[in-house]
Write a protein that binds this ligand. Structure first.
Ligand code: HEC
Ligand code: HEC
Ligand code: HEC
Ligand code: HEC
Ligand code: HEC
Length: 252
């Protein structure tokens, strides 16, 4: 600190100037650090769950489709969580003695639903809708991280307004299509991605955006040709880009 000033300077005055000037900066940095730290946003912190349900086992190794358990995800606003009956369609026959599955059996007997801790949540005054995103080809991993690698589910993104708007302002940087499966609709591609990962876990045969998704990163690109392709996809898929940042889209 002392070295910042020439010896001739009136050090008391300089110090007070410095601390005044530094104050807002310090507040700004600590403020933004607090609001961005994962302790506050919950990103990458697994929550404690009544049953240690693993997406890696079920969705990736066994290859069960997301829609088998999240039945609303392509048709409605809500993805929804599975009913106990869905688990019991298998676990009344396999791993029937597993102590880890005791809460599932108990819920089945009593009719009392399993109380999963909700990992992803936007405030009540925000409107979100799964089906429109999935039907435009936005991958689950883009918003939830590497689900196929999760043993205990954690939050993949902070879901802040600024994060939503990054994509809503430039959706062409996020949309892509699976060039190897051009006959699949954007929605079908979202689910087919997990099937492809089973034979190609690291995405070596995949395009750059899908490779990022496999790692759990966003499917974003700024490469000129790919952005040009993204602009074509906006038209093909009928995305109304001009309105996507209107407050009323997310705040009715
Ligand atoms: C066999 C059923 C099953 C399958 C298949 C499945 N899930 Fe899940 N999923 C669950 C259960 C149970 C939970 C709640 C417990 C938890 O958070 O792990 C959950 C939670 C989630 C959550 C967090 C929900 C929240 O609380 O915010 C996301 C995101 C998710 N699943 C995405 C997926 C994706 C993507 C796929 C397909 C690749 C998939 N799931 C396949 C059963 C399933
Ligand atoms: C399509 C069949 C199927 C469905 C549906 C299914 N599971 Fe499983 N589950 C399995 C299989 C197979 C294993 C063994 C996986 C392994 O160890 O590789 C397993 C393993 C488990 C285990 C680990 C058990 C242990 O003792 O290690 C838990 C916990 C579990 N499942 C919970 C659930 C829950 C909760 C649901 C409902 C949301 C569910 N499963 C739905 C097939 C299924
Ligand atoms: C554009 C981003 C985005 C995409 C794509 C997306 N989700 Fe979500 N997901 C969210 C947000 C935001 C929430 C919290 C919603 C809320 O609080 O109403 C959420 C919540 C969930 C939940 C908790 C239950 C619920 O319905 O709120 C599950 C389960 C889930 N997502 C599964 C999926 C699956 C499976 C896919 C892919 C088929 C998917 N999500 C695609 C952003 C996304
Ligand atoms: C990766 C890109 C991406 C992200 C991230 C994203 N969106 Fe979207 N969103 C889209 C696209 C693409 C559409 C489709 C617009 C269209 O077809 O006109 C859309 C449409 C919507 C719509 C319009 C639904 C309707 O019925 O008209 C709402 C609401 C919405 N998004 C809310 C959100 C919220 C809230 C978040 C953050 C939690 C979010 N989105 C994050 C890409 C994204
Ligand atoms: C793409 C979806 C989306 C659009 C468009 C959008 N918001 Fe939001 N907004 C959100 C989400 C998600 C949150 C809450 C999450 C967060 O930021 O922590 C939020 C939170 C807010 C809040 C609460 C304070 C805060 O920052 O948490 C205000 C105020 C707000 N929005 C105003 C606006 C205004 C004004 C507009 C138009 C200029 C707008 N929003 C457009 C998604 C959106």
């Amino acid at each position: 600190m002392a070295n910042l000033f020439k010896p001739s300077a009136n050090s008391a005055a300089k110090v007070s100037l410095l601390s005044l000037a530094g104050l807002p900066v310090v507040l700004f940095f600590t403020g933004s650090q607090i609001s961005r730290s994962s302790a506050n946003t919950g990103v990458e912190n697994p929550l404690s769950q009544p049953i240690p349900f693993s997406h890696q086992h079920h969705a990736y190794e066994l290859g069960i489709d997301c829609r088998y358990c999240h039945t609303g995800v392509e048709r409605t606003g809500y993805a929804g969580l599975p009913q106990t009956e869905t688990c019991m369609s298998c676990h009344s026959q396999i791993w029937t003695n597993s102590p880890l599955l005791e809460p599932v059996r108990k819920s089945y007997e009593t009719g009392e639903p399993i109380k999963w801790a909700l990992v992803n949540k936007v405030p009540e005054f925000v409107y979100f809708n799964h089906s429109i995103h999935v039907n435009r080809g936005v991958s689950c991993n883009n918003c939830h991280g590497p689900i196929q690698k999760m043993h205990i589910t954690y939050k993949g993104r902070n879901l802040h307004m600024s994060w939503c708007l990054q994509c809503h302002s430039k959706p062409e940087e996020y949309l892509y299509s699976d060039e190897k499966n051009p006959d699949l609709t954007p929605r079908q591609q979202v689910f087919n991605f997990y099937l492809k990962l089973q034979t190609d876990p690291n995405g070596q045969q995949m395009g750059p955006q899908e490779q990022q998704l496999a790692l759990g990163n966003e499917q974003r690109t700024t490469v000129k040709d790919l952005v040009a392709r993204g602009n074509e996809l906006l038209k093909q898929r009928g995305v109304k880009k001009a309105q996507l940042q209107d407050c009323a889209v997310c705040h009715h």
